[in-house]
Write a protein that binds this ligand. Structure first.
Ligand SMILES: Nc1nc2c(c(=O)[nH]1)N[C@H]1C(S)=C(S)[C@@H](COP(=O)(O)O)O[C@H]1N2
Ligand SMILES: [Mo]
Length: 355
């Protein structure tokens, strides 16, 4: 921070597309746990929306007793909460699937984390009331456009089942790391849905509607569905909860290093419970050792972990990391292949050469 040299050695995002803008975080080179918004990955389905903020209003309508339109000023005055959340795109690590799947070829950096501040959705719903026949809550984003597979124009819209929508940690966020949410990440209001993959956290919220049936928009009935079969849609089921997962940040793949002691470091995260164990193997998975990982701290962030590796024999090595969570879920050796390439969470690997 104080060292002027540090300014000359800053990581940047890796670009997968510019319109829409899709960029991944330099996950191997993060120095803090609450990432600056400049290093936060960006995942967009459309060009950025044009908004006029001077009169920004958030309508909540549909199956409510009293439809309401909230002003930003009203929302920021309500009791807020701040939660640390790791937001992971369902397409994170897609490039690792074999056979390859279509879509942005994300490496390991479609995940970022920091502190989100906002109002629990339940607080806003206390003001509108809910009808007994409300089944889902629909969030519409301001961005829209044509899809290659369907003829109509669609906005980015997704629903949540009541149970998830009414979770006290599902928030309508207006700050990231104590600053207004940057425009590209959903300013002025975005949904934050902890424990679900990033597609649920709708940016630039235009309106919220309570509905009586299952929403079938393409961003949850065509995309963000696991299709286990290449040829047909049998066995399809929706992408929701984040899988237990880990990533080796250092060393990077194909590093050349000296003999001696090296710190292997990385992150581990899950959408159910807490990370309870991180194991590391330096011999292609034959033997596993416990890595040191941060204790669970009641947030939805990732756990950083480290493992000291002493190596005296030159040669090629496969380093692996495997996380387990408090629900007993653990990373499989083989990924769960699915046609659209979502939810990759096989044991992480990097290959290094010791000289
Ligand atoms: N309105 C809107 N919300 C959106 C998206 C989008 O394209 N439009 N992309 C979703 C997806 S797939 C992810 S992974 C996250 C990415 O959030 P970020 O761009 O702030 O990293 O936003 C989600 N919310
Ligand atoms: Mo995503």
């Amino acid at each position: 921070m104080s060292n002027p040299q540090d300014r000359l050695h800053q990581p940047t995002l890796t670009t997968h597309g510019i319109q829409p803008e899709n960029q991944e975080t330099p996950i191997s080179f993060l120095s803090t746990n609450a990432m600056s918004s400049e290093l936060f990955f960006k995942r967009n389905h459309f060009s950025y929306p044009t908004l006029t903020y001077s009169n920004y209003w958030l309508p909540i309508n549909g199956l409510v007793s009293t439809p309401k339109v909230f002003s930003l000023q009203e929302i920021v005055k309500l009791p807020s909460k701040t939660i640390k959340v790791a937001l992971e795109c369902a397409g994170n690590k897609r490039s690792l699937f074999e056979p390859k799947t279509f879509g942005d070829q994300w490496g390991k950096g479609a995940i970022s984390q920091g502190f989100w501040t906002g109002v629990p959705l339940t607080t806003l719903l206390e003001a509108t009331g809910m009808n007994a026949n409300a089944k889902e809550i629909l969030f519409e984003g301001y961005d829209k456009g044509k899809r290659t597979d369907l003829n109509n124009e669609y906005s980015y819209s997704r629903s949540l089942p009541l149970e998830k929508a009414l979770d006290p940690d599902t928030i309508i966020a207006y700050e990231y790391n104590s600053q207004p949410i940057p425009f590209k990440h959903g300013y002025p209001l975005r949904l934050i849905v902890p424990n679900w993959y990033g597609m649920a956290s709708v940016k630039w919220i235009k309106q919220i509607s309570l509905i009586s049936s299952e929403f079938k928009g393409p961003y949850q009935s065509v995309d963000y569905v696991y299709y286990p079969n290449k040829e047909n849609d049998s066995g399809a089921f929706p992408v929701t909860t984040v899988n237990v997962n880990s990533t080796i940040q250092q060393p990077v793949d194909r590093d050349i290093m000296n003999t001696g002691t090296h710190v292997i470091k990385g992150i581990a995260w899950t959408g159910t419970g807490k990370i309870s164990k991180v194991e590391v193997s330096t011999d292609q998975g034959e033997t596993w050792f416990d890595a040191f990982h941060e204790p669970p701290n009641g947030s939805y962030g990732w756990s950083s972990w480290t493992f000291e590796w002493s190596v005296y024999e030159p040669g090629e090595y496969t380093l692996m990391s495997k996380a387990t969570d408090s629900f007993g879920r653990t990373q499989p050796l083989e990924p769960f292949w699915n046609r659209k390439g979502y939810g990759y969470h096989a044991i992480d690997q990097v290959h290094v050469k010791i000289e």
